[in-house]
Design a protein around this ligand. Structure first.
Ligand code: ZN
Length: 368
């Protein structure tokens, strides 16, 4: 599969990647600066600035990663993108205080960098007069002044109390100290969406398309975060056995695509295991492959010509969430569920979604 990220190396044992959007940013800055000044040296300086900014974003993410490590949570990897960095923690801290510390650790790094730039005698001078202008800081200090401003901006931007910014997590952690986690997430997500609306209006008012984009991004992320948390909570103590499909059809390898199409129309099953009975499955014919096979090979072709060979197996008593993530991430149509060495069911995303809807409806019926 094509990867959108380039691996750059490891730091504190954590692999870190550069997303290709970051390269676009560098190319853009290079071209724009060259076009504006017609001077390669200026353009080169601009790229050096971007790279040091990149260093600061990396340090910010390391702040999160190392804080999480203190609580025994490892970080899978760090990716640097045009919109900032992402440290993929293996899981989110469940203790609200831990989440608060992990979320604050990133912006704290930017604060430290800014303070170091001001007080270390690296040459960044801020005149102590009444009106402190960003343009003056930059004018007086050149690239280091830019870096100072950039770190302050990074800190402020990340502290906006909306997902996916760190501020959203800070807010959730604070709320979670007084209410349950899903409710804290819902509340934090709603507050984040209010901010998104604010950004949207501001973007329209001052005519800044970038702000509109940020607004859209924040809006979507807030919804996604709330959804993920709800899902994680809803599936928290559900086993695979509860979510599996027990009444399903296995098509023999000698069946034709036409026969499979009849089965598809006759019942609610979307994906068909192929084999001589549930304990001898040789492949899976998902609906998409069936339709594509029908178009390409015709109804007389055998199901084995269109199926994906093999099927993944999960244990009935296992937890649902990892299996669900695996189905999603690997684009699997279904998995075979086994218990004591025998096939007992089929796990599909549609079935899990149905279970979720039923649970949500039951949950709603208990509310007053
Ligand atoms: Zn952060």
């Amino acid at each position: 599969m094509f990867s959108w990220s380039i691996k750059l190396g490891r730091i504190f044992g954590i692999p870190f990647y550069l997303h290709w959007t970051f390269l676009i940013l560098i190319a853009f800055v290079l071209l724009q600066s060259w076009a504006a000044h017609g001077d390669l040296r200026e353009a080169f300086q601009a790229v050096v600035f971007i790279l040091s900014l990149f260093g600061c974003v990396l340090l910010h993410e390391l702040g999160h990663a190392l804080a999480a490590r203190r609580y025994g949570i490892p970080t899978e990897d760090i990716t640097l993108m045009i919109i900032g960095g992402v440290a993929r923690l293996r899981k989110m801290p469940e203790n609200p205080l831990h989440e608060l510390v992990v979320a604050l650790a990133g912006p704290a790094v930017n604060l430290v960098i800014a303070l170091v730039l001001i007080f270390s005698g690296l040459g960044v001078r801020i005149e102590r007069d009444n009106h402190l202008h960003v343009s003056e800081i930059v004018f007086n200090n050149g690239p280091l002044g830019y870096l100072l401003i950039a770190n302050v901006m990074l800190m402020i931007f990340n502290l906006i109390p909306a997902f996916p910014m760190d501020g959203g997590r800070v807010l959730r952690a604070l709320l979670a100290m007084t209410m349950d986690y899903p409710k804290a997430t819902r509340t934090a997500a709603s507050i984040g969406q209010l901010f998104a609306i604010g950004f949207g209006f501001l973007g329209l008012y001052v005519g800044a398309p970038l702000l509109l984009l940020v607004a859209l991004f924040v809006w979507i992320s807030a919804g996604a975060e709330a959804y993920q948390v709800e899902e994680r909570y809803a599936t928290r103590d559900v086993s695979i056995g509860e979510a599996m499909l027990t009444d399903f059809v296995v098509l023999p390898p000698s069946a034709t695509l036409g026969e499979a199409a009849e089965q598809l129309l006759a019942g609610s099953q979307q994906d068909f295991p192929i084999g001589h009975g549930p304990d001898a499955i040789v492949g899976v014919l998902p609906r998409s492959r069936l339709l594509e096979g029908l178009a390409r090979l015709g109804p007389r072709a055998l199901v084995t010509e269109a199926m994906t060979p093999g099927i993944e197996v999960v244990e009935m008593n296992g937890p649902l969430l990892p299996a669900m993530n695996r189905l999603r991430e690997h684009g699997l149509a279904c998995m075979q569920v086994r218990h004591q060495g025998r096939s007992v069911g089929l796990l599909t995303l549609e079935n899990i979604a149905e279970l979720m809807m039923i649970r949500a409806a039951l949950e709603a019926s208990r509310r007053i």
